[in-house]
Design a protein around this ligand. Structure first.
Ligand code: ADP
Ligand code: MG
Length: 327
């Protein structure tokens, strides 16, 4: 069946979702209209995903739908915002109704899971590319900015690092010897990373700064340091590396992956000593899982990777940017 632009919108994107009391007008007019509750700040983020650059040509539409939402929610998580609304601009080379059906079904399933309403978008013809924008609310005025790290802050990372990279690696190396359950788990971590939304909302109450790890710890923590005009010492042996990686891969691989690959969509945050009790109580109540990896220092000291309290040279021990052909 052939669809025109309007039929694509009405068949695949204008779906009934739960009534949202702040939404005055959703899909179907020239703009969407939202009422922002009093004493809230609106957080807005957008990320384009282009075929060949951000995802493989043959990606399953289900996985693309997931990634489209997850990468945007992760940015909101890093600000401590609660995601509420989304717009979706989609450009497709042709109308493939099976593909659209699968994409939109998964898309709405995930949106509903996070109680997010799709409020508009744009539909065009061209090389496959997807631009979601997400809108979230932050109660009060306390936000989690990259620029607020302070000398003496402790640096933490949620979850584990490097598992997404391992999953990516396993997708290329079909014959790599590894337990099938672990293989599938790691691939899922690559295809379906969990944006740390609830963790971000908690951290907003006591962390000083945060960023989501999309490009790798070195690069993303580097942004906090640049914005905050600080340095940092991080300890290689304290990186949160799971048994899945330790038991199945070489040290060099998983350290490289943890430091440089990214796409784990975990949060890296800094917190002052005086707030550690609050963090520990959140950890105890299983509201957040995170690991201490180092300290914020002076800008003059710079960004250092340490092993047993001694500075180590990144390059000397063979760390370099991720390249699947190196393995
Ligand atoms: P206009 O020409 O005024 O920009 P469009 O014809 O592009 O309007 O879109 C009509 C309505 O459908 C608008 O409310 C728009 O936000 C919505 N829309 C268009 N494409 C999508 C999409 N892919 N997903 C969700 N809503 C969409
Ligand atoms: Mg339009």
């Amino acid at each position: 069946m052939k669809y025109n632009e309007f039929e694509i919108i009405s068949n695949f994107f204008n779906k009934h979702q739960k009534i949202d009391k702040n939404l005055i007008k959703g899909i179907g007019d020239d703009t969407a209209l939202i009422k922002i509750p009093k004493k809230n700040v609106l957080a807005i983020s957008t990320d384009t995903l282009v075929e060949g650059t951000h995802f493989f040509k043959n990606i399953h539409p289900k996985n693309l739908a997931y990634k489209t939402i997850a990468v945007n929610l992760s940015d909101l998580a890093a600000m401590g915002a609660l995601p509420k609304w989304m717009t979706l601009s989609i450009t497709m080379p042709k109308v493939d109704s099976e593909w659209l059906k699968c994409f939109s079904q998964s898309f709405f399933q995930i949106l509903n899971q996070y109680k997010i309403t799709l409020i508009g978008g744009d539909t065009n013809c061209g090389p496959l590319s997807i631009t979601p924008s997400v809108y979230g609310l932050i109660k009060g005025s306390k936000t989690l900015l990259r620029k607020n790290a302070k000398e003496g802050d402790l640096i933490y990372v949620t979850g584990y690092l490097g598992e997404s990279a391992a999953g990516f690696f396993l997708l290329q190396k079909k014959k790599y010897p590894i337990n099938i359950k672990v293989r599938n788990y790691l691939i899922r971590k690559h295809l379906n990373p969990t944006p740390r939304v609830s963790e971000g909302i908690i951290l907003r109450n006591f962390a000083n700064s945060a960023i989501d790890i999309s490009d790798g710890l070195i690069s993303d923590l580097g942004h906090i340091l640049e914005e905050s005009q600080c340095g940092a010492d991080i300890e290689l042996n304290k990186l949160p590396i799971s048994k899945n990686l330790i038991n199945n891969f070489k040290k060099n691989n998983y350290f490289n992956w943890s430091l440089y690959f990214g796409e784990d969509y975990e949060l890296c945050f800094t917190i002052s000593k005086k707030n550690i009790k609050k963090l520990n109580s959140a950890i105890k109540n299983k509201l957040i899982q995170c690991k201490h990896i180092g300290y914020i220092t002076s800008k003059k000291r710079g960004f250092n990777l340490m092993q047993n309290k001694k500075k180590i040279n990144f390059k000397k021990i063979g760390f370099n940017h991720f390249d699947v052909n190196n393995f």
